[in-house]
Design a protein around this ligand. Structure first.
Ligand SMILES: Nc1nc2c(ncn2[C@@H]2O[C@H](COP(=O)(O)OP(=O)(O)OP(=O)(O)O)[C@@H](O)[C@H]2O)c(=O)[nH]1
Ligand SMILES: [Mg+2]
Length: 415
């Protein structure tokens, strides 16, 4: 059930199709779609009273078990609708959370998803149908305080669990942040594969690993389903003597629940640290423009919109529109099936990440051993002499590091 308003950023047919695919990935059989055009969704019931009646008739006529709404319902909307319809009522956010829950494999993503689900449930727990609401499960009547209902107990249990999960997540994240910082210090460029779910990010990671003859067990899961990847996988790639870290991560979908983005913050953070983004696009879908928009929106949300990027027009083997173009953006026509242009892809990555250098003449004071080490290890030195006030270098400094030396740049100093 979807509502269109004049503020919609997505076409309703596209949006409901996406919802249908999400539902199908949880094995729901989708028997119908209903839409309503409104100025704004009704704050009490999301849709109009008449529409609710229409759904009730539909439920009876087609023996429907579940009605899924295309937006996140407020707790009040959820309560009112559930009371009217008397079947399982779910919204888009909860559906996505359920898929994530099913797919989560790593300890971190399991905690992330559980936390997001608990945060979603907290204000809604008392409105959910009984079978859903026994979250705590264990609380027996004996431990119940005077006058506490089962629902209140469930709520309290949820709150305790939320705190525990936040604590566990903090520990994992601190560890992860240290790893990210270490990588940054090592100065290995980071290249991230991002894109709509099922676009072929993991397949691209695997194709590159195969191309450079990496061992088979470094490959990641690729599968024809939404949200196969819910975690960040880093693989060190060494191609033509240049090293970079290739990052495969979670795919995007429109209207991702807000809490989900918060909970997956550290997973998404890896994208923000990237030096170069490969935006993997399924070029064969009729919804290509919508999917690109979704990805741009999420990149914006996580503050990764200014990182240099390229469109990888993937699945080119089955794209019908061979004249497709991306005006104003760099793109590569590519396929994991035929591997066409994989050499061009790698070449482009190398060009983007290989450091460009700044030519400079500097005098580094003798007490700046730290800078001397960097000059000796990371720069290409063409001239060197020991002067009264420090070591003189004529050298090529990687752009990223130039700032460190700026105050000792003789040319800058003179001018
Ligand atoms: N025909 C064709 N299929 C492809 C191509 N690349 C990937 N696929 C298929 O697309 C499906 C999704 O691939 P994945 O690599 O798992 O996609 P993903 O972007 O990692 O998906 P999520 O992790 O779920 O976000 C798989 O069934 C792949 O075999 C391609 O170039 N051509
Ligand atoms: Mg994947």
């Amino acid at each position: 059930m979807g509502v269109t308003t004049k503020y919609d950023r997505y076409d309703i047919d596209y949006s409901l199709d996406e919802l249908k695919n999400l539902a199908k990935s949880l094995d729901y059989e989708v028997v119908g779609k209903i839409t309503q055009s409104l100025d704004v969704p009704n704050p009490a019931t999301y849709i109009g009273k008449g529409k609710l009646q229409e759904i009730i008739l539909n439920i009876l006529a087609n023996s429907i078990d579940t009605v899924i709404f295309n937006d996140e319902l407020s707790p009040v909307q959820l309560r009112n609708i559930s009371e009217e319809l008397n079947v399982e009522v779910m919204d888009r956010s909860y559906l996505i959370l359920k898929i994530f829950e099913l797919r989560a494999k790593s300890k971190e993503s399991k905690i992330e998803i559980k936390l997001t689900k608990d945060l979603y449930l907290l204000p809604r727990i008392q409105f959910l149908r009984e079978k859903e609401s026994r979250i705590g499960g264990g609380a027996s009547t004996a431990t119940r305080g005077a006058g506490e209902t089962q629902k209140e107990l469930d709520r309290r249990h949820l709150m305790i669990e939320i705190n525990k999960l936040k604590y566990e997540l903090d520990i994992i994240r601190n560890m992860k942040m240290k790893q990210i910082e270490k990588r940054k210090r090592n100065d290995i460029p980071i290249v991230a594969l991002v894109g709509y779910t099922n676009a072929g990010k993991s397949s691209t990671m695997n194709s590159i690993l195969q191309y450079i003859n990496s061992s088979k067990n470094k490959e990641v899961l690729e599968k024809n389903q939404l949200f196969s990847t819910l975690y960040t996988y880093n693989r060190l790639i060494n191609y033509n003597k240049v090293e970079f870290m290739l990052v495969d991560t979670i795919g995007f979908v429109s209207k991702l629940p807000h809490n989900l983005i918060n909970s997956f913050y550290s997973t998404l953070q890896e994208i923000k640290n990237a030096d170069f983004i490969i935006h993997v696009v399924d070029s064969s879908t009729p919804y290509i423009n919508q999917q690109i928009t979704v990805v741009f929106e999420v990149l914006n949300q996580i503050g990764a919109n200014n990182i240099p990027s390229i469109f990888l027009l993937n699945k080119w083997d089955k794209t019908l529109n061979k004249y497709m173009d991306t005006p104003g953006y760099k793109s590569i026509k590519y396929s994991n099936k035929t591997k066409e242009n994989i050499d061009l892809l790698l070449q482009t990555i190398l060009e983007e990440i290989s450091p460009s250098f700044i030519h400079a003449k500097i005098i580094v004071p003798y007490n700046r051993g730290d800078l001397i080490n960097i000059a000796e290890e990371k720069c290409q030195i063409s001239n060197k002499s020991y002067e009264e006030n420090g070591t003189y270098y004529e050298l090529e400094i990687p752009k990223k590091l130039y700032q460190l030396f700026q105050e000792y740049d003789i040319d800058t100093f003179v001018s």
